[in-house]
Structures are given as C-alpha cells and as structure tokens.
Design a protein around this ligand. Structure first.
Ligand code: PLP
Length: 394
C-alpha cells in the first residue's frame, strides 16, 4: 500500500505546468514563434554577470571540500553572517548568523517553517490570490489552510474578511508581497494595520500568532514602490526568502529563513525549523550556491526588461478596455477577465495560442495571470493577439 495522497500529488500536474507542457507541444506543431506562452514564472533575464564570475573564481580558488563539501546543517556560518549583515544595512535590523537558516529556495523555506510551527489541527491563514503550492505545503503538516477572499479593488487585505476567519486555532498567517499572481505590494499602512490587529488577537487568544512573510519577489519592484520589511513592524514575523527571482537562479535552489530574536520563543522556533529541515531531508543548502549568495546578495538581475514588459502590457490593456490593477512588483499581471468565467476566457485565449493562467487556481476567479518574464519582443508580438481576444468580447 503506497501513500495515496502522495500519488495524487505526484500524478496531478498543476494547471500552470499543464499549460507550459501544452505550449511546448503546440510549438512543435505551429512553430515556437506562434505560441505566446505567459504561463510560467521562470525568469527570462540572465543572472547578473557577477554570479557567473563568482562561480568561476570560486572554482579556481577553493579546494574541493570548500567548494562542494557539506556545510553545517543551517548553512555555512560565514555565509549566514554576511547575508545577515547585508539585511542589517538595508533594513536596519540586528540579525546575525544565528537568525538565518539557509534553504533550497522559498519552497523549502516555507515547508520547513510550516512544519516547524504547525501541529495537526492548527490553522494557517492565506490571502487570495495565493501561490497554489501553499495549500500543498500547509496540508502536509496536518494543519488546515484558511482562505481569506481577495480584495480585488487594490489587492491589499480585506480586514473584515480576515476577522471572520480568525480563531484560537490560528497558528500563523502567510503573506506574500510583492504578490504572485497579482503583483501587488502591501502598503506600509496595510502592514501596520495587520501588525496592530495581530497583536490584539494575540492578547485575546493568549498565544503567539506567527506571520510568515514569503518574499521571493522583494527586489522586483517598479516606480520606486516601497516594500515594508515586515519584521520591523511585527515581532513574530518569520521571513522566507529565495534568490530564485531576484538573481534569476530558480534552478540553483538557494534561499533562507530568518527567525528574528524578537520573535516569540525564537530559539525554539529556529530549532523547530532546523528539525523540520532534517526530517524533510533539506539540511545543507547547495554549498557552492551558498557562497554565491553571500557574494551576490545585494545584486539583482536586470529588472528593466520586466519594467518595460509591464508598461507595454498595462498600456495595451488600457487601450483594449481590459481592467488591470497596476502591480507594484513581480513579473506578473492579473487583469480582470471580460467574462466572469476565467477558465472559459483562458480557453478562448488558448485557441489563439495565447497561454494565460486562470485566476481560479489562485483562489481568485474572474482574473487571469500573465507571467511576463519573457523577452520584450514576445510581448510586442503578443499585443495584437490580446487585442483579437479582447475584440471577441466587444
Ligand atoms: N513563493 C512564491 C510566491 C512563488 O511565486 C514561488 C515560485 O514561483 C515560490 C514561493 C517558490 O520559490 P523557489 O523557487 O525559490 O522555491
């Protein structure tokens, strides 16, 4: 008898992957240039030159054990200290190596944090629209995911809806800003209000409520958008970070968890995350990438491509009469569909070889996600196809 739940997870492809595979099959038939694939969040911009230069230099200079050997389970102390100091300079925090646990990207940061915190029967609050893997990560711990419907006007937080779903079983809230799929950045006012609200609820319930801040898109922002650094607003914050998007390194699997000293039972929470990493087989993030992350943690890939793609698409949608909240960050747009059935809209788009992901899968029907981390030429060529699609609804 095998684990049925795991078979189901391993067999069912996500809607996004399904579309991506379809795009590849379709490209073989009609030619790659005729398929406009906006399905996957795979950064198209190369990693900064410093990444490859650092890898080459490290390969020349270090001995094999330094280069490819195991590090200590939470990551090399010097790497953790370097990243902590970089965060301190940028955000005025006071972290040290002891606060950082290096992981295999945000996915591992999240699973380790959630497993460390949650017991069966606990609840974790998630805000729509949300990254669909959250449900998989949360339910694997035995906790229940509680979904707060989206504020589709501005993609901030609907506090009334949140309040209806809070109760003493609430162990944690999981936020993601800048957001996949809406691109929205939570304003400082939103984070301040959330912090005050959670403090009040902690007093009422008599236990800590952890705020997990999943922020792989933190650096991908436009027009000088301000991304509040959540631990500076709420003590019981745990940060899950990844270099996948900011450095365009998704395949290299490197990120970290921050457990600040100010967080309730900080050392125990750190130990629990470390225990979860051990139980899940995630100890020792890739050694070479740890060293690269330390040297490149203040770099970003060239974000001007995403800024231009965003500008072109927003302007195009405006002219076509497609409503879209202008995102503060990420390489996603999340326009409202001209018919309420987003799945039907995405199907019609697919008939034009335009691949966009229905918002239903992100808990927010009536929208589609457009992942514009593609060369700008592709966006320009896709605009007339979007126009043909929009015209079907006039
Ligand atoms: N969280 C969000 C919101 C994401 O969009 C992604 C990836 O797309 C992840 C986590 C997982 O990131 P990683 O590739 O670093 O595991």
């Amino acid at each position: 008898m095998l684990n049925e739940k795991m078979i189901a997870l391993g067999t069912a492809r996500s809607v996004i992957r399904e579309l991506f595979e379809y795009g590849n099959q379709r490209a073989a038939v009609v030619g790659r240039e005729n398929v406009f694939d906006f399905s996957l969040g795979n950064p198209s911009v190369p990693a900064p030159a410093k990444v490859n230069e650092t890898i080459e230099r490290l390969c020349r200079e270090l001995n094999p054990v330094q280069l490819h050997g195991y590090t200590s389970a939470p990551g090399a102390p010097a790497v953790r200290q370097t990243i902590a100091e970089s965060l301190n300079r940028r955000f005025g925090t006071r972290f040290s190596a002891e606060n950082l646990f290096l992981t295999c990207g945000a996915a591992a940061s999240l699973t380790c944090t959630l497993h460390g915190l949650c017991c069966p029967g606990d609840q974790v609050v998630v805000f729509a629209p949300y990254f669909p893997e959250y449900r998989v990560f949360i339910e694997k711990t035995g906790a229940e995911m509680v979904l707060v419907p989206a504020d589709t006007e501005a993609f901030q937080i609907s506090f009334e809806e949140l309040d209806r779903r809070m109760n003493p079983k609430t162990k944690a809230l999981l936020i993601n800003s800048p957001n996949n799929p809406s691109g929205a950045v939570y304003s400082e006012a939103t984070i301040q209000k959330l912090a005050a609200y959670l403090r009040e609820k902690e007093r009422e319930y008599g236990h800590p409520i952890y705020l997990i801040s999943d922020e792989p898109y933190r650096e991908i922002v436009f027009d000088g958008a301000f991304v509040p650094y959540v631990p500076n607003y709420y003590e019981n914050t745990l940060v899950c970070y990844s270099f996948s998007k900011s450095l365009s390194l998704p395949g290299e699997r490197i990120g970290y968890i921050v457990v600040p000293d100010a967080c309730a039972e900080s050392r125990l929470v750190f130990a629990a995350c470390a225990g979860a990493a051990r139980a899940l087989g995630y100890v020792c993030a890739p050694s070479l990438m740890q060293l690269v992350a330390a040297e490149c943690c203040e770099e970003t890939a060239d974000l001007s491509v995403y800024a231009e793609n965003r500008r072109l698409l927003l302007e195009g949608f405006r002219q076509m009469g497609i409503h879209c909240v202008a995102p503060g960050g990420t390489f996603y747009l999340f326009p409202r569909t001209p018919e309420p059935d987003d799945v039907a809209f995405a199907r019609r788009a697919k008939e034009l070889d335009l691949l966009v992901v229905p918002g239903s899968g992100f808990g927010c029907p009536g929208h589609v996600r457009i992942s514009h981390c593609v060369p700008t030429e592709r966006v320009k060529k896709a605009l007339p196809v979007f126009e043909r699609l929009a015209a079907l609804y006039r």
